[in-house]
Design a protein around this ligand. Structure first.
Ligand SMILES: Cc1ncc(C[n+]2csc(CCOP(=O)(O)OP(=O)(O)O)c2C)c(N)n1
Length: 593
């Protein structure tokens, strides 16, 4: 047995649970925890420039690799509040991160102590567990339970709040015999999977909807194996994108609102049976649930019991970890195939493949306009980057267009804040991905507003040598929001563009991103024409190799909103490029060709 400060016990548990990296911002109330980190020197630390940035770095770190758990640290009061957005986006996308906050001493918690706030109450709705540890001896156990909870069932974030005197208190704790608690992951039974396959067998045009749960469970190989065995087209959700490679013959496209392919929507509407695995039926994927469900049967497999029946009642539900379920789907489908019991789906698969290649379902990208049309930027990106690239993105027209135009070939190569979509997420998340993986090619994508939200985190990238390439598509226009006006006259003091007194080009685009980026210790290059993109990438790569800092390619775009308006999958209202969406349209999609 050993006597130690509770803060030290917490750090030792984190070590045993596999933590090697943390992101944070110190402050007086969390100093004892930082002192323990310093003493151990076992957990690297990236100093964020904003505490929200630290929380998104932790998310990027978790999302980058199976098994990772990102850690973010902040002091009492405002620091925890700043990390709420990261906890929300982690919870919404089923991403485990551990948030550690300092707190006022126990005896002063309700005595107007400086920066004392009930952070656990604030964090509770956006975490799996939020706790202020009031007994020092409970500290190592709180951390032990946190790791078990984050890994059990539907993964998600936990917040542990440590009063100052609790961190400093001496406790007895034996780290040598410490063991992580086993995670709880329910598994489908053979009978359940047989029943699902029996229902599937009755269908004429079945397909799989593959959610982010498959990526989280590291089960993408099994998904592809099962789809190939049973001859089933696969529609990934936005969170599941990459679970099957874009160029796989069974990848049928994404469907739903905004981040969808026309052929994906058409294939979903043509199907009569959907096997959803590790997905939530969120409205970005379903569009209108009435249209989505009409005329087809559903089997839903999810690790979280309360997800089944939440959006609509499936014909059959199975509570299971995606990997455990898919292993059984593969096993039983292989047996049935050997017995000649699996139906031949080749005609249906050919029909779906035909839609994928049909001109009326494709979107034009090859525009030569200057300023550039956004579609052309994604064409340039596909040519410049290709397979083996990890894209990081959050929200805005850029994210929507990325989903429509870019290609993803491997799990975790589309790192996206799918459900919460907070502006500012992209820079810190990309830094977190780099901290998790020193080798892969990382390309982040932002609109100019998303980029400006947390631009200061580039300084952390420069300081801690976290190079990645950031494409900023600058329309200086709040494209998505302006497009989403739908008749509301929101255009009141919300112009991003202004005449910057220091910008000699006087384009009215406002912020000079190149200057700001350089001021933060990174490199940047501005692109106006399609032909300048590839040389800019070559320059960016040379800079990254030489300086090991983030590099930004800013592309000046035309100021339009004519890309990828949301659409309910039954009601595509089309309008001309450059035109505003019809005011009375509940949803609309721009004609891009
Ligand atoms: C924290 C936060 N505030 C507001 C929004 C609403 N919002 C979504 S997209 C957007 C405009 C984004 O502009 P930009 O990043 O330049 O991308 P664009 O749509 O022009 O490509 C806004 C304000 C948000 N998603 N997150």
């Amino acid at each position: 047995m050993a006597r130690m400060k509770a803060a030290m016990a917490a750090v030792l548990v984190m070590e045993k649970e596999g933590v090697t990296q943390a992101f944070g911002v110190p402050g007086a109330a969390i100093n004892p925890f930082y002192a323990a980190l310093r003493e151990r020197q076992s957990i690297a630390h990236v100093l964020a420039r904003h505490v929200e940035g630290a929380s998104h770095m932790a998310e990027g770190y978790t999302r980058a690799k199976a098994g990772n758990i990102g850690v973010c640290i902040g002091t009492s009061g405002p620091a925890g509040c700043d990390m709420i957005t990261g906890l929300y986006s982690a919870q919404a996308d089923s991403i485990p991160i551990l948030c550690v906050t300092g707190q006022a001493p126990r005896a002063r918690l309700h005595k107007e102590d400086f920066q004392a706030v009930d952070i656990t109450a604030i964090a509770r709705p956006v975490t799996k567990w939020a706790t202020t540890v009031m007994e020092p001896a409970q500290v190592p156990r709180a951390f032990q339970q946190a790791f078990q909870l984050m890994r059990s069932g539907r993964p998600g974030p936990v917040l542990i709040d440590l009063p100052f005197d609790v961190q400093l208190a001496e406790i007895e704790f034996d780290i040598d015999t410490y063991e992580p608690l086993p995670a709880y992951r329910p598994a489908a039974s053979r009978r359940q999977v047989e029943k699902a396959l029996e229902l599937l067998d009755e269908a004429e045009r079945p397909l799989i909807v593959a959610g982010g749960g498959i990526v989280n469970a590291d089960a993408c190989g099994l998904l592809v194996e099962f789809a190939e065995l049973a001859g089933l087209p696969v529609i990934p959700t936005l969170m599941g994108w990459g679970a099957i490679p874009d160029d796989h013959p069974l990848m049928a496209g994404m469907c739903g609102l905004q981040t969808a392919h026309r052929y994906g929507n058409a294939t979903l509407l043509a199907s009569d049976f959907v096997l959803g695995i590790g997905n939530r039926w969120a409205n970005r994927h379903t569009g209108s649930p009435e249209v989505y469900t009409r005329g087809r049967r559903f089997v839903h497999v999810d690790i979280e019991p309360t997800q089944i029946g939440r959006v609509f009642a499936p014909d059959y539900g199975i509570v299971s970890d995606a990997k455990a379920a898919l292993a059984l789907f593969v096993e039983i489908a292989a047996e049935w195939k050997a017995q000649g019991r699996l139906r031949d789906r080749s005609a249906w698969v050919r029909e779906c493949q035909g839609r994928k290649g049909a001109l009326e379902h494709l979107r034009k990208t090859h525009f030569d306009d200057v300023p550039m049309k956004p579609q052309r930027v994604y064409e340039c990106m596909n040519r410049a980057f290709g397979p083996g690239t990890t894209y990081v993105s959050t929200i805005g027209l850029s994210q929507i267009a990325a989903a429509q135009f870019l290609h993803v070939y491997r799990p975790r190569d589309w790192i996206n804040c799918g459900q919460a979509g907070p502006l500012g997420w992209t820079v810190p998340a990309a830094l977190g991905v780099r901290a998790a993986d020193p080798a892969r090619r990382i390309v982040a994508l932002s609109g100019d507003y998303d980029f400006q939200f947390m631009i200061e985190e580039l300084a952390a990238g420069a300081q801690f040598k976290l190079p990645y390439l950031h494409v900023v598509v600058n329309n200086s226009y709040l494209g998505l929001i302006r497009q989403a006006q739908r008749g509301f006259a929101m255009d009141y003091c919300v112009q991003l563009g202004f005449d910057n007194i220091n910008a000699p080009e006087g384009e009215g685009y406002g912020v000079d991103h190149v200057k700001v980026v350089e001021g933060l210790g990174c490199k940047a290059i501005r692109v106006h024409r399609p032909g300048e993109f590839a040389p800019a990438v070559a320059q960016a790569e040379a800079w990254m190799a030489e300086h090991r800092v983030p590099v930004v390619i800013e592309v000046i775009l035309e100021r339009v909103t004519n890309i990828a308006m949301g659409t309910e999958i039954d009601a595509i209202v089309e309008f001309e490029p450059g035109a505003e969406a019809p005011a009375d349209a509940p949803t609309a999609i721009a004609l891009l060709d």
